[in-house]
Design a protein around this ligand. Structure first.
Ligand code: AMP
Length: 393
């Protein structure tokens, strides 16, 4: 068991909390503040415990000087302040006198948000390569380090692994919740345990399929990745997305797990992703110039039969080009089916999460992960360095 924020007396301590404020921002306006909201429980706990709260987060990528202005955390500090109903002091620097003076002048219960940690990537990728001097500097600003940035926990950065290797440390409530839900479902599922996989490429999910096949009772495959499996099973997939280098892998998996891997039996297809002209047909009726862009209704029914009996379901990757109305039905139907089940239902982050939230199903799942990459790595059976470095109780 990892140490958590609860294991420390926070009173009057300078507590550095690594949060994940990597939110989408368009023209200075935050278009989805879910990640900020998910951080509130830990921040409020620290304030209530009379800590001096120093928040660190990255936002986007900083490769050239011009990236800085569009990836400043200033708008996040404003939104956070509204959500907490409390002043959040934003320091537009990641190090130096301004930072140090602000921290030295804090009273217990104050909150400071420093500028985007990836500003430090501009010269020598110091944040992203876990530069020891940078980690030591940030660690020198606090007494206790709490990691609550699940979305970055699969990365080894100065602001997570680096600081944690120096200061007394623990995880926050968000990471605790993510681990409880995801790890428990993967390692200790109530059965039947079904995993739905979608998204575009098989090559991105080879390690997930390999690992999950040893644990799940069923793997329902949709999305672009289904067509490489279908091709491997001998079906003509027309001009659907094909990942030719993964055909051999798919063949092996289908031979090894013939009853576990369930593939689409019908599709919504079109001659091009751009045209709205589409039709529904059995998978065996795809013409050479047609591509499958969503699962069809017979596949939804087939998937439903497996889902209805399941007690644990993890879903990673949309089963169609959900961004377009014509190909969103399969993903929507699965949201609807999962929302009615008496089962533990968990959504990986990234596209699946944004699809489900956009379709209005945010409150209908047991858990929606805030980390696409991190949850995928857990499904691959990997350890997350940002969490591994945290001390055990
Ligand atoms: P990923 O980044 O691997 O999670 O893939 C997500 C993307 O897969 C989404 O943008 C979907 O539009 C896309 N996708 C889903 N189904 C298909 C399909 N049948 N053909 C092509 N792309 C698809």
């Amino acid at each position: 068991m990892k140490k958590t924020i609860r294991d420390y007396d926070l009173k009057d301590k300078k507590v550095i909390i690594r949060v994940d404020f990597n939110v989408p921002i368009k023209d200075g306006v935050i278009t989805d503040d879910n990640r900020i909201k998910e951080s509130l429980e830990t921040i409020n706990y620290a304030i209530d415990g009379c800590a001096k709260v120093i928040l660190l987060s990255h936002l986007g990528r900083i490769k050239v000087e011009e990236d800085k202005a569009k990836n400043t955390l200033k708008p996040v500090s404003v939104r956070l302040s509204e959500l907490l109903n409390k002043e959040v002091r934003f320091i537009p620097e990641t190090r130096g006198e301004l930072v140090e003076d602000a921290i030295n002048n804090m009273s217990s219960g104050d909150i400071i948000l420093l500028e985007n940690t990836r500003y430090e990537d501009l010269e020598g990728k110091k944040e992203s390569s876990n530069d020891l001097d940078l980690a030591k500097y940030w660690a020198s600003l606090g007494d206790i380090y709490i990691n609550d940035a699940f979305g970055t926990s699969h990365r080894e950065h100065a602001s997570n692994v680096g600081i944690a290797s120096i200061l007394p440390n623990g995880i926050g409530f968000l990471i605790e919740k993510e681990l409880e839900n995801l790890m428990d479902a993967i390692e200790n599922p109530e059965r039947p345990f079904t995993v739905i996989l979608g998204g575009s490429k098989v090559s991105d999910k080879i390690n997930v399929v390999t690992n999950i096949a040893t644990k799940a009772d069923y793997i329902l495959i949709g999305g672009g990745m289904a067509y490489t499996f279908l091709k491997a099973s001998g079906v003509n997939i027309g001009s659907s997305l094909l990942d030719s280098e993964s055909i051999e892998f798919c063949k092996e998996m289908l031979e090894k797990y013939p009853d576990k891997i369930i593939l689409p039996i019908d599709v919504i297809c079109s001659e091009s992703i751009e045209t709205k002209n589409c039709r529904e047909c059995f998978i065996t009726d795809l013409k050479d110039n047609e591509m499958g862009l969503d699962i069809g209704n017979a596949t939804v029914k087939l998937f439903k039969q497996h889902l209805e009996n399941s007690k644990t379901i993890i879903w990673n990757g949309p089963v169609g080009v959900f961004e377009q109305e014509e190909y969103a039905n399969g993903t929507k139907q699965l949201c609807e089916i999962l929302s009615t089940l008496d089962a533990k239902t968990i959504l990986g982050g990234g596209d699946t999460a944004s699809a489900a939230i956009n379709f209005g199903y945010k409150a209908k799942f047991t858990h929606i992960s805030t980390g696409g990459g991190a949850s995928l790595e857990l499904l691959e059976g990997k350890k997350l360095p940002g969490i591994e470095i945290i001390n055990n109780k």
